[in-house]
Design a protein around this ligand. Structure first.
Ligand SMILES: [Zn+2]
Length: 172
């Protein structure tokens, strides 16, 4: 959670905060239009972010046009801050492809349900496969699904501060 985010606008880790006050009042004050994320094209309307597929260019035009903005998920990705951190250890070579396919699948489903619920990073390091998610629940879900499909050991460490949840899966 970012420190500069004001408490009033915080909801679920600050991910759904409305635009900054100045922009919000300008936005809500008679001017029509929607915010469109510069990166992923997600659309902010009715106080939440929606999939770009929900609106056609024509509809956005009719609503008053698009204002360029950045959605909280893209901001997280750029600033390298996540709510969920998952690490997969000792991944057997012969299972790696399957495990990565599962991760991708679960990530895509989450994003389909909530445009801001995403995997923002997936990389191999010396420690294993590292995955970062915008929402803590997604990291937990990934860990649980991997455990149920591939057994192994799962540890979930919730942060006592506002840090990300750390999920550790180790293959046997
Ligand atoms: Zn975005």
């Amino acid at each position: 959670m970012k420190k500069e985010t004001s408490k009033k606008t915080l909801k679920k880790g600050g991910l759904r905060q409305p635009p900054k006050k100045s922009e919000a009042s300008e936005f809500g004050g008679g001017k029509k239009g929607v915010l469109v994320c510069l990166k992923c094209k997600a659309v902010y309307k009715n106080k939440s972010w929606h999939h770009k597929e929900k609106y056609t260019n024509k509809e956005i035009k009719e609503m008053g046009g698009a204002k360029p903005y950045k959605c909280p998920a893209c901001i997280r990705k750029e600033s390298d801050t996540c709510e969920g951190f998952l690490i997969l250890k000792n991944v057997p070579k012969d299972k790696e492809k399957e495990i990565l396919a599962l991760v991708k699948n679960v990530g895509e489903k989450a994003e389909m349900t909530d445009v801001l619920d995403r995997i923002i990073k997936l990389k191999k390091s010396r420690d294993g496969i590292e995955i970062e998610t915008t929402e803590n629940q997604l990291a937990v879900k990934l860990g649980k699904q991997i455990k149920s499909a591939f057994k192994g050991k799962l540890e979930i460490h919730w942060s006592h501060t506002d840090g990300p949840v750390r999920v550790l899966w180790t293959a046997f």
